[in-house]
Design a protein. Sequence first.
Length: 146
Amino acid sequence: MNYEGVEILFVEDSIDDATLTIRALTKSGFTNRLHHAKDGAEALDFIYCKGHYASRNSKEYPKLILLDLKMPKVSGIQVLEKIKSDPDLKSIPVVILTSSKEDPDIKKCYALGANSYIVKPVDSDNFFLTIKEIGLYWMILSEPQQ
């Protein structure tokens, strides 16, 4: 599989949430260059070109990372911390997309450098609209940091 030109790295362990999010991004036209990682460990392997992704171009980073928090192996907070502490990666926008409304999670994510923290809406209409707006804002409207 060719991983060159991935614009969105989507990290989500829930198959149901992943399916809904990918469907919403597809309907909005944002999945032509999306890669879904099923946990934090896979996300880090993808970003750092390790394991299954060793042949990926190590100088080609995603333009946006959509990151769940509560995942097995490596949590979203651990992934966020690693990305935002790496000088080569810290300018990549990281949007936390999670079901956690817990105040300590929100504060910790912003303290670590998250660009946005979005609680997944429960009903599918609002979920679709939220995902569409995330794609529109981060992939089209937001100017990347130079």
